[in-house]
Design a protein around this ligand. Structure first.
Ligand SMILES: CCC1=C(C)/C(=C/C2=NC(=C\c3[nH]c(/C=C4\NC(=O)[C@H](C)[C@H]4CC)c(C)c3CCC(=O)O)/C(CCC(=O)O)=C2C)NC1=O
Length: 165
């Protein structure tokens, strides 16, 4: 696990450098948004169950085939697995918000996920759509459209959408 400060220190220590102007600027940016990040994470946490429920119903409205026979979220078990995945994305997004770093997402969520999804036939496009709906709902809830709030959701969307090399 890494946050924005430990990552920065690792990078400078690896080359035996003192923190320079760039480092100080990024630390200042981190602390300047710190209180807002914590407020956002705590609001999201307090409303997590409802956010996941709303995101699920919006996604299934937009892509109704998912919950029809033949759809990947069809049957109670798979429907529940889909909402559980959305809950994972939301919970880890709150960690990444507080850490101001996407490392926790790479390490705990995204590692091997595409392969798992591909082998189970979980469609990536609608999953990314679900993550983007979560992002929209969080921005409405927090009353903020800042880049730092969108970053965890956009990071997960970007990595999931990447084409295999
Ligand atoms: C914390 C990190 C973490 C993640 C992210 C995670 C995801 C994850 N989702 C899975 C399944 C699944 N994921 C979905 C999700 C969906 N199907 C759809 O059509 C929608 C687009 C989408 C919901 C938005 C479904 C339906 C399954 C069950 C697939 C199956 O078993 O056939 C599985 C396979 C094992 C299982 O069913 O539990 C994993 C590992 N597990 C983890 O530990």
């Amino acid at each position: 696990m890494q946050d924005t400060i430990s990552r920065l220190i690792d990078r400078y220590d690896a080359t035996g450098r003192y923190l320079d102007r760039d480092a100080i600027d990024s630390l200042k940016a981190y602390f300047a948004t710190g209180t807002a990040r914590i407020r956002a994470a705590s609001l999201i946490t307090a409303n997590a169950a409802s956010l996941v429920r709303q995101a699920g119903s919006r996604l299934f409205d937009e892509v109704p085939d998912l919950i029809r026979p033949g759809g990947n979220a069809y049957t109670t078990r798979r429907y529940a697995a889909c909402l559980r995945d959305m809950d994972y994305y939301l919970r880890y997004a709150t960690y990444a918000l507080v850490a101001a770093d996407s490392y926790v997402l790479d390490e705990r969520v995204l590692q091997g996920l595409r392969e798992t999804y591909n082998s189970l036939g979980v469609p990536i496009g609608p999953t990314v759509q679900g993550i983007q709906i979560l992002k929209e709902l969080c921005m409405e809830l927090v009353g903020e459209r800042a880049e730092w709030l969108q970053a965890p959701f956009d990071h997960m969307s970007r990595v999931l959408s990447e084409v295999n090399i």
